[in-house]
Write a protein that binds this ligand. Sequence first.
Ligand SMILES: Cc1cc2nc3c(=O)[nH]c(=O)nc-3n(C[C@H](O)[C@H](O)[C@H](O)COP(=O)(O)OP(=O)(O)OC[C@H]3O[C@@H](n4cnc5c(N)ncnc54)[C@H](O)[C@@H]3O)c2cc1C
Length: 382
Amino acid sequence: MIPNRELHIAGAGPAGLAAAITAAQAGFTVVVHEKESDVAGRFHGDFQGLENWTSSTDIISEIESMGIEPSFDHIPHHDLVCFDPSGRKLSASSSRPLYYLVRRGTGAGTLDRALLQQALDLGVTVRFGDRVDHLPEGGIVATGPRGVDAIAVGYLFETGAPNGAWVAIDRQLAPGGYAYLLIHDGQGTLASCMFEDFHREAVYLERTLAFFSSKVGVELENRRRFSGYGNFELPRTTVQGQLLTVGEAAGFQDTLWGFGLRYALVTGHMAARAYLAGSAESYEEMWRRRFAGQMRSAAVNRYLFGIAGDRALSWVLGRVAAHGDPHAWLHRLYAPKLWKAALYPLVEKRVASRRHHKECLTAGCDCTWCRCQRHNELAEGV
Ligand SMILES: Cc1cc2nc3c(=O)[nH]c(=O)nc-3n(C[C@H](O)[C@H](O)[C@H](O)COP(=O)(O)OP(=O)(O)OC[C@H]3O[C@@H](n4cnc5c(N)ncnc54)[C@H](O)[C@@H]3O)c2cc1C
């Protein structure tokens, strides 16, 4: 594709850096253009979960098999502690890690800092403060979400509370989504991840805080507010001539709950491999084989999750706890199924991205949704 073995990448997120590491290891000259002055511009040290249930291959082994060192802090979590819509606490534990707790940001031990360091060690040039609108010679577009379909608002804090992870599925705390509390070694992240009613984010955040304070007894010290957003596009074409789009820029996201990190790392790696092989089309084939069925399944799950009443949700969560192995249950929930593939054309439009819906852009509104939509309008380009 590129005769001089030079690859340009827009965006130094997990997808762009995974692509950069893969191509640099094969001897390519790689230049990453990053619009911010450092990595992880939209993250603030918050904990995230690197999910481990969509594949039978452990995510850390998969990262290693891609040639990426898991040199970032990653703490295996085997336990699921969940509150159902009635506030009932349900627990289950798995022999395999359900996910690995990682940190996003610029500090030591974060996923972003570790990926950046590996890329730099391999001789990748990362140009910070270099926003690109197009890559004329072709390359990889890894610029993150293009629309705002879900938001997370929360607090980062310090605490004397013990380590743990808690999830609450309750529309009063997080409409269409879930609220979560993650604590590790005195650091915490508490958030409401919502798919609807974005303008009332402050109400949901305060309810989430009150909920976890009463149920878990956590006290937040030195709390700082943060917010973020995600985009669920159900990718169609990721290859346009010499341009390959990866990660959330292409819409690779978990439509059900927003676990987009694995998609970002794997699609970044796949696109770089397609470059190395000199065949853009092979990228499309690779991701379709690996992700298309799973993404359709997640979209159907989102639709069903959205229409399920509180009783149905409580019943399902009770079954998960009774099942005793949340890893196996989640794996099955996300796995492609014939009936989900059949249902997908019917639900596709209902769960499709709202990126072009502008009705909510109230003049001057400073809520996360409006702010991020404005930001994205300015950022449209590559
Ligand atoms: C609050 C929150 C919590 C989350 N929790 C989880 C979780 O627990 N588990 C999980 O798996 N996922 C989670 N996600 C989703 C996950 O963070 C994303 O899916 C992932 O970061 C996507 O990676 P990416 O590389 O595609 O995009 P990004 O991480 O967004 O990186 C894109 C990069 O491109 C840069 N850029 C943008 N435009 C340009 C341009 N024109 N020129 C140059 N550079 C540009 C940006 O500055 C950015 O550095 C969460 C997201 C949020 C917001």
